[in-house]
Write a protein that binds this ligand. Structure first.
Ligand code: 5GP
Ligand code: MN
Ligand code: MN
Length: 446
């Protein structure tokens, strides 16, 4: 595939249409990210290209874009944007429907949080208030959420909690048909609302270049969304007559019964994810104010695994962040109408993160940019090749506190691509500009 790539502008390659592809694919990559440079940057795996071809081969596909943090996922790569007409692609939303970020702003400065004992106290206070880890649910920490409140949350997301679109990507995603049944396995996970989850979901205290303190939060729709996604992978494969393990090729006619059910339930999962982030975000604000004083509030909330209707088409972002620049009609009436909305980009708990704003050029990438630095080492590989003592020492010297006794090797800095490489590519291609770089000072991992 690499031989067929055409470089059309700095940081912008096109993979021309071949036999099965319905459209060409636009890849936003630097030469370094594409071809590799030294042992630290191995370049893009061949398997990514096979998955890009798969993404461009679905019925109804009108455009495909690939972000610089891309890597292999199920069916289509993490870091892919697929625009479709009349077709829904569960594999282009993935398992963690609605996964995304919240950024909290505070009135605190680096000096206020310099004392490691106080930061440790904040970590303890957050883990006292919210459930952390795989399978953990909110009931362990807080009151049960009654059935009526839950029904409101999945239908009206942030709005059900009395929150509004000034600080969130949207009030809620429309659930057009209230009669669609929530699969039992998903409904059973409703108590996970208000819980962080495991893996690379996190709550992280950060300091920007000017010494201001922020908190970044990453979580999604937990077991609720996962079981909804799973349901449609199974049903979708059956409807298309595909065998097991063929999730990669599932597509749904948006007007079919299954397609309409997916759209409703996908949106319920997304509403759940937004509410989940807001609940956790507010608990984290409370913990900050109690431990450090000052005030903390939600700066912005945005998803990076989601299908949205944009200009009449479906835009599926899988491990990609929406990037509307100033002047985009969807932002009219929001505080971001002039500047564009903030783009929240986590890097790693060791190397730092960033906040970006889109440029007009983002139209080339279906108004999308990367959602992180992107995985470089698999979890297994990380545990094999990285040294525990060396990693712990590095974290100690950098004064980054963790909620775990030792650093999780499979989440340490070297597991992810170099965030600078990824951000430089986005800027070089004219998609967005970095406004702030953020350094971690304390990280709570799920
Ligand atoms: P994903 O949504 O694909 O699971 O992860 C998004 C991105 O989050 C990853 O590509 C990685 O760059 C970033 N990330 C993972 N763990 C952490 C963390 O603990 N802290 C920060 N700041 N970023 C992280
Ligand atoms: Mn997730
Ligand atoms: Mn995520």
């Amino acid at each position: 595939w690499t031989q067929q790539l055409e470089k059309i502008a700095p940081g912008h390659f096109v993979l021309p249409k071949t036999k099965t592809m319905r459209v060409e694919a636009h890849l936003f990559l630097s030469d370094k990210l594409l071809w590799g440079e030294g042992p630290e940057s191995p370049g893009l795996e061949e398997a990514v290209f096979n998955q890009v071809v798969n993404a461009a081969s679905f019925p109804g596909v009108t455009r495909v874009a690939v972000t610089p943090d891309c890597h292999v996922g199920y069916g289509v790569p993490i870091g892919t944007v697929v625009e479709t007409e009349g077709v829904l692609l569960p594999t282009a939303a993935g398992y963690d429907i609605g996964c995304g970020m919240v950024q909290l702003q505070t009135t605190l400065t680096a000096e206020d949080v310099a004392d490691p004992a106080r930061r440790r106290q904040w970590i303890d206070e957050v883990t006292r208030r919210i459930a952390v880890g795989v399978g953990a649910s909110r009931v362990q920490k807080q009151r049960r959420i009654d059935a009526r409140t839950f029904a409101e949350v999945v239908r009206h997301g942030a709005q059900a909690l009395g929150r509004h679109a000034s600080a969130t990507e949207r009030d809620f995603l429309p659930v057009e048909d209230d009669r669609v049944d929530i699969p039992t396995r998903a409904y059973e996970k409703r108590e996970q609302l208000g819980s962080l989850g495991g893996g690379n979901h996190f709550t992280e205290m950060q300091v920007d270049e000017s010494g201001r303190v922020w908190v970044m939060l990453h979580t999604g729709s937990r077991g609720f969304g996962w079981n909804i996604a799973k349901h449609f992978f199974v049903e979708g494969a059956a409807a298309l007559g595909l065998g097991k393990h063929s999730e990669d090729f599932i597509w749904l006619d948006a007007d079919s019964r299954l397609g309409r059910e997916y759209w409703n339930l996908h949106n319920m999962a997304a509403n759940f994810a937004v509410a989940n982030r807001l609940l956790i975000g507010e608990a984290v604000c409370g913990a900050l104010e109690d431990v450090f004083g000052g005030t903390a509030s939600i700066y912005y909330e945005i998803s990076h695994n989601l299908i949205q209707k944009e200009s009449g088409r479906f835009v599926a972002r899988k491990g990609a962040t929406r990037a509307f620049p100033g002047g985009h009609p969807a932002l009219t009436g929001t505080p971001w109408a002039k500047s564009g909305h903030p783009i929240l980009i986590p890097g790693s708990m060791e190397t730092g993160s960033a906040i970006l704003f889109a440029e007009k050029g983002a139209s080339q990438s279906i108004y999308s940019v990367n959602h992180g630095a992107g995985r470089r080492l698999s979890r297994g590989e990380a545990r094999r090749v990285l040294d525990q003592d060396e990693t712990d020492l590095r974290m100690m010297e950098a004064d980054i506190l963790l909620n775990t006794r030792t650093t999780p090797l499979d989440e340490s800095g070297p597991c992810y691509k170099n965030l600078d490489d990824v951000l430089n590519t986005v800027e070089m291609a004219g998609l967005a500009t970095v406004a702030r770089r953020l350094k971690p000072v304390a990280c709570i991992k799920g």
